[in-house]
Unconditional design. Structure first.
Length: 206
């Protein structure tokens, strides 16, 4: 019963945080058909702050922590408000480490971490674009390159968490590998949402 209440409350808080984000959007999807403008230092800093500490990041953290509490994972933290707090704090720690690593490597390699919508039409080509964008980034020349900063951040944060603040049942290297895979899958799903969100908004406004 307590876990269900936590899940319901976290879902409500998630919706409220989402509504407070800019333009009620999952994130700005930049237009690929426009002339590419490399990301500036100020834009990179704002992007980092928005992803790490913004309302949308908080919404995702509240939702995932609520689901983990409902699933009783990890079991050591229980299905209690305190356990929910542990999970939310642990998740935020991973986000800070991951995004900071991505910021550092991305700055050195001049990676553009922003998501750019597909210039193609059709469901499957756009889903394919979202998938490719999960593993690649724009470069200063407008081309694409492997997202070394993002992937290093996702993997590095999971291994650091596994050997630092995770519960004992999530403290092995394979737990970090599994968590990294989940994070990449979640990024892909979120890119799909970014890709189709403008279309969804148009239908919702009718």
């Amino acid at each position: 019963m307590v876990s269900r209440c936590i899940l319901a409350a976290s879902t409500l808080a998630c919706c409220q945080a989402w509504a407070q984000s800019s333009n009620v959007s999952p994130a700005p999807a930049h237009d690929s058909s426009a002339v590419y403008q490399p990301i500036t230092s100020a834009e990179r800093g704002n992007y980092y702050l928005h992803r790490t500490y913004g309302p949308l990041g908080l919404a995702k953290g509240i939702m995932t922590s609520g689901i983990q509490t409902w699933r009783h994972k990890p079991q050591e933290w229980g299905r209690t408000p305190r356990g929910f707090g542990y999970r939310l704090a642990a998740r935020q720690g991973r986000v800070v480490v991951s995004n900071t690593i991505e910021l550092g490597i991305g700055t050195l390699l001049q990676e553009d971490p922003r998501y750019f919508s597909s210039p193609r039409s059709g469901f499957f080509p756009r889903v394919q674009h979202a998938f490719v964008s999960t593993f690649t980034v724009r470069t200063t020349g407008g081309g694409r390159a492997p997202a070394l900063g993002r992937m290093t951040g996702l993997a590095g944060s999971r291994f650091i968490a596994a050997h630092s603040w995770n519960a004992h049942s999530d403290s092995q290297n394979m737990d970090a590998v599994r968590s990294t895979g989940y994070a990449i899958g979640f990024d892909f799903a979120f890119n799909v949402l970014r890709e189709f969100w403008p279309d969804i908004k148009k239908k919702l406004r009718r």
